[in-house]
Design a protein around this ligand. Structure first.
Ligand SMILES: Cc1cc2nc3c(=O)[nH]c(=O)nc-3n(C[C@H](O)[C@H](O)[C@H](O)COP(=O)(O)OP(=O)(O)OC[C@H]3O[C@@H](n4cnc5c(N)ncnc54)[C@H](O)[C@@H]3O)c2cc1C
Length: 191
């Protein structure tokens, strides 16, 4: 076994970021029997202190039902049954009601930390998804299989996959690494 293959694990898909998007995506793709890794840089011991009120659309609640998570979430939500849309100082408004739309609610309000906690717990329970946490992506390069990520978790290791999903939020490390790769591709003489 070469030194390289000894420390390299190959996946079909690596999702960087186990936040709302990354955790829900891993959960949704799980039935496809793909070899999936999720890399999340926060520690599981950290209690999620996100008190933001998150509004889930009706469509999001349908997705969460399909993921088998709604039964865990529903008791933590407050349903939105009426919406009044108006423009301050302008004449006219629109009223929407769940009853008219023949749905239980137009949307739901939930505390951000509760939603994320339940999503991440459900991800940790998927024994065949490799969950690297806390782990940090520090490098990314193209390779034969697609992409190679350098990941630090206690020690540095290499993960490879045909496809990498950047679900690492607004200040995405993956986006910055991608920009560097494309810059060097277009400017091969640059240092
Ligand atoms: C004040 C406020 C109110 C909001 N209200 C709503 C609302 O009502 N309804 C709504 O739908 N949306 C709302 N949003 C938006 C919502 O919070 C975001 O759309 C959502 O959090 C995006 O999820 P995400 O998984 O893409 O990113 P994030 O939630 O940012 O998750 C990214 C994850 O990636 C991890 N990560 C980052 N870098 C790395 C790395 N290098 N290696 C490994 N892991 C990494 C982070 O630890 C994090 O867990 C609101 C946002 C704000 C700021």
């Amino acid at each position: 076994m070469s030194n390289e293959s000894k420390y390299t694990t190959v996946f079909d898909l690596i999702i960087v970021g186990g936040g709302m998007v990354g955790a829900a995506l891993a959960r949704a793709l799980h039935p496809l029997s793909l070899k999936i890794a999720v890399i999340e840089n926060t520690s599981p011991q950290v209690i999620i202190q996100d008190k933001r009120a998150i509004v889930l659309s009706y469509g999001s609640s349908v997705i969460l039902q399909a993921l088998g998570l709604w039964s865990h979430l529903k008791s933590h939500t407050v349903p939105i049954r009426h919406l009044q849309l108006s423009d301050a100082g302008q004449f006219g408004m629109a009223n929407l009601s769940a009853r008219d739309e023949k749905v239980d609610a137009l949307g739901y309000v939930i505390e951000g930390g509760v939603l994320l906690g339940i999503l991440q717990q459900s991800l940790a329970a998927l024994s065949d998804v490799a969950y690297y946490r806390p782990a940090n992506v520090v490098g990314m390069t193209p390779c034969e299989e697609g992409w190679q990520l350098d990941v630090v978790q206690n020690q540095q290791q290499r993960l490879r996959a045909r496809c990498v999903v950047a679900a690492d939020g607004t200040h995405s490390t993956i986006r910055k690494l991608q920009q560097q790769i494309f810059f060097h591709h277009q400017n091969p003489e640059a240092p």
